[in-house]
Design a protein around this ligand. Sequence first.
Ligand code: FES
Ligand code: FE2
Length: 406
Amino acid sequence: MKFTNAKKIFDQTGNGRKGLPPWTFNNPELSQLEMEQVFLRNWFWIGHISDIPNTGDYKCQELGNERAVVIRGKDDNIRAFHNLCRHRGSRVVEGKEGNCKNAIVCPFHAWSYHLDGRLKTIPRADTFPDIDKSEYGLKPLDCEVWHGLIFIRFGGEGSSVAEAMASAEDEVSLYKMADMKPIDTFWDFEFDLDWKAVLDIDNEGYHVPKGHPELYDLFGNTYRDQITECGLSRAHGYLKDSPAKGPLVQNYLDTLPEGSYLPESHQRIWIYWGMFPGFVVTLMPDMIEVYQTYSLGHQKSIMAGACYALDDERPDMQKAREYNRKINMTVGEEDIKLVKYSDQGMRSQVYQGALLSDLELGIASFQNQLRDLLPVVTLELPPETGKLVDKNKELLYARPALRSAI
Ligand code: FES
Ligand SMILES: [Fe+2]
């Protein structure tokens, strides 16, 4: 793993250590552009292969104006489609997840599709002109399974998930993620604020000692944030040996069983790997937690995730996982409070932007990746209303290497 340093990252920001200008956290035109250019053109994590274990099992995802369905076919392959009927555009499956047995049947007029997306039947086909059925299958989406995790991409092109996560490969491979199963249902936190504000708090560990007493109790001073040369973030903290201050962390440390499938180097460490824009996998000795932060529109965002683990019936392991969940839920609740404080401050007339420390290089790295995609966020003041998209194009054209992104 090759990591970059804080100087290099801050040199790229274009505004030193100030972070993105405050207006970028509260601008409806920018929110719209981010949805189109960031979320609909990058890999989006959907779940784990064990979330849809049986033929016909599916999961749905809405993102901006788009809807996707990921479904396991009769050949056991997992595919992703636009959840969009070719007749009049209804969603073809409903809810967040379910099973469609042998075929996907549209709830509107009952056009049906094979699980591999081909059009199967049209009720009262005699009332339509002759059509070539092969032209009317569900529209496919890019879909990749990486170590058991399912990703989709609505548009754009570029690296596969495996290529983007290459620097994490050796470490992630240790965890047998593809063999894991969910140990709980999906959780989510919704926020009435910009997704970048949520990402910013998740991209730095500087707030851990004050903001997350349990996590600090667990790691002591061993927590570190690192950024790879290709922009992945990696954070880690070693589980302390000395007695913990609080009962929750002590219980976790006491119950976490000795003896593990992991090499010794990874038996007492929590590791967070993050990929732009908002994907994180947390590798822990007893389980993994996968989550993602994304936009739901202007001033609406969500962090959603789930925990997966290998089968292990040892009572101590079961207890350790419960304590782990409690620690992480506590951390989540603390972040919700802190992210609101920071977001509300950014709306103040006298707020002049951040001042980032070396310990917040993850924020600068994430923001640099956004600056590359959307140079309009480098402007100190917002463009005139109605002009943001054009201004962004103008700035992109001024950077030849990025013209293809327009
Ligand atoms: S919209 Fe799907 S069958 Fe009519
Ligand atoms: Fe936090």
